[in-house]
Design a protein around this ligand. Sequence first.
Ligand code: ADP
Ligand code: UDP
Length: 236
Amino acid sequence: MDKGEQLYEGKAKKLYATKDPDVLLQEFKDDATAFDATKRGTIVEKGIVNNKISAVLFQLLETKGVETHFLKSIDERHMLVKKVKIVPIEVTIRNIVAGGMSKMLGLEEGIVLKEPVLEYHYKDDALHDPLFNEYHIKALKLCTEKELETIKLRSFEINNILKHFFLERKIDLVDFKLEFGRYKGKIILADEISPDTCRFWEKGTKRKLDKDRFRRDLGDVEQAYQEMLNIVENKK
Ligand code: ADP
Ligand code: UDP
């Protein structure tokens, strides 16, 4: 494996340099955090599951014309990705009310939204990733107006593709978070798409198959992650 210097260790992943300056090795860890990392734990084999699920979903998006940072799966915990300059914005798309939206607007979890809701959060752990809007983004020059348009357009496209993919597998895609970066002058999708960054509910029963099982101490966390992997790999 072309594993050079460790460039970064985050809450869920590590990034390593490779011989190619445009390429990074992304490693998925089992460490789990919630509530601004005030809650910490381990989800056994989460790294393996998230690496595999992300690989399948990035490849799905590529076949639909959405450029991602994904290059190649290396082994159970590693993938090669294009090295991007991350735009410090976390884009959230919501199809069903849950989590932060339920809290912020006093809405019951499970309300199906008439149209998807897009939110921007400033990617800054120290500030607790605050919700902000396009005016803040433009005023702070976090990206150009054109880049922001691309980010918005791509996020809704990704929602349509993933919603459909999961619906075919009897899973409601409740909400999810995306990160984009600049690569050779273009905006592409980066980071991961996994039960850590999406809410997945079993259609009909609303059984949670994502990180909420860890956040809310619902039990069967590992089983839920494995179940999502089987679903994504069509083994269920
Ligand atoms: P955090 O930094 O929030 O603790 P992670 O543990 O997931 O999160 O660390 C992965 C970091 O790598 C994130 O900060 C993410 O923005 C960044 N990242 C994801 N994909 C790429 C990429 N292709 N190139 C450079 N940085 C990336
Ligand atoms: N999310 C994420 N990283 C974050 C915050 C949120 O991946 O730092 C995901 C989360 O898993 C959910 C969606 O984004 O699928 C919306 O999260 P929300 O804003 O409801 O926040 P939370 O409930 O996690 O506080």
